[in-house]
Design a protein around this ligand. Sequence first.
Ligand SMILES: [Zn+2]
Length: 308
Amino acid sequence: MPLGIISHTDCSAHMMGEFHPEAPARMAAIQDQLVSSGLDFVVRQYDAEPIEKAMLELCHDSEYVDFVFTHSPTEGIFKLDPDTSMSPGTLRAALLAAGAAVDAVDLVMEGEISSAFCATRPPGHHAERNRAMGFCIFNNVAIAAAYAKQKYGLDRIAIVDFDVHHGNGTEDIVLDRQGYLFLSTFQHPFYPFSGTGPTPPHIVNSPLPASADSSVFRHTIEQTWIPELENFRPELLFISAGFDAHWEDEISQVCLEEQDYRWVTDVLKDIADKYSSGRIISVLEGGYALGALGRSVVAHLHGLIGRE
Ligand SMILES: [Zn+2]
């Protein structure tokens, strides 16, 4: 079955200022590489639908959701957090980003596609139940996972996060919930400076030193993620796919390469093929060096499609 890519041109209407790294050009960089790699002929492309407001409450407090809706500006910028702002196009982009992940659940669970990549922004993994932070407003991956659990009655959902920043928002949301396994690799100490305290067994944080390279990253995945996933046997696998650990990305010091994103995706696909009928839903998080972002996404997509 084919890979689906779910996106929307209105995700480029969200702007946080001229020099902000989480910029509309990220969407164009991915689309350009998709075309130049020829993958645009191989994948099925879908336009995202905006999520319904009530569904955001699968993971966010209603007061927080109301706050975001109420403060959506008609002009200028409204700051939700020192790094996270809303422009007039932001609310729709955020609803499309969460909506894409939910659409991906239906497409994958109903068997129209085997796996999906949501090329959307704003990202989501720093967004907590009642707080926007770190360029994130709604936690796209956690909302989609909660939706999958509710609609399809899944008992075991794994969310893995290889963004260079800790997925504090996802941890916050799944901390007290049953039936999840959350695995996160991240540079530490580094923004958001979380992920090293005690956690319940279903949350496994793997801090990486700033000097981490391919071999450290791969060793960590082999030693922690694979045994945890083998033990958990997920019925559906989500990926918080951030590409900001790439060596060209100046936001972090960790030095991964495109081939590492292909490698980790191959590893995750093997797990999904074994336990999840191949079902993977990957959602874009970070990645700010535009050339590296486009190439890393293409490497990731080749992994999702499979080895043949
Ligand atoms: Zn990041």
